[in-house]
Write a protein that binds this ligand. Sequence first.
Ligand code: NI
Ligand code: MN
Length: 222
Amino acid sequence: MAFELKYLGHSAFEISTEKGNLLIDPFLALNPNYQPQNIKDIFVTHGHSDHLGSAIEISKNQGATITAIFELANYCVAKGSLTNGVSFGGELNFEWGKAIFIPAFHSSSTPEGIYAGEPAGILFEIEGLKLFHAGDSGLTQEYKTLNELYKPNIAILPIGGHFTMDISHACIAAEWIGAKTIIPMHYNSFPPIKVDVNLFKTEIEKLGKTCLVPQINETIHF
Ligand code: NI
Ligand code: MN
């Protein structure tokens, strides 16, 4: 087994590896009973509060490092967390594998409304498997480059519309990215992003891909 992926609600995921656990966009308002354990690294795609979530608090409590775009990392440092400020395209090495930040088609500001650098998606490579978390994004041609350069195996895509891609654009994104396994996120958390996730699953399966739809706190083994 390469890793375990646990859905924490909205765009939040925990990845468990043999070398420790990582969190992505740990907004935990929909999952108040979740207890972070053995977290080494926290990745935040952009500064909006439904993605930054509890990152700063968990960083302090767990001694975990927040990896984020430089300006957002600086904001987190000022709040007392451990950080690793990065930008697009650099291969970042960790004990458990690699990460690369990819441009997202969105915006990014802190909960106080201050510019937080550019928004990102993040490609992870863990024991030979490549998993892409798109963050918040509209459909972007960056996904064609992502496929050409890295050939992701798994893509986690926002499908709720309004702030991000909707179901139809997420299906195009799935094709452009080329991943065989697709996981939806950023839907049904608030009224403007309510969608029929079963319709997404059907459309993805028509493309000959696998669509996994985890419930909150469900774990997928890769
Ligand atoms: Ni956002
Ligand atoms: Mn969002």
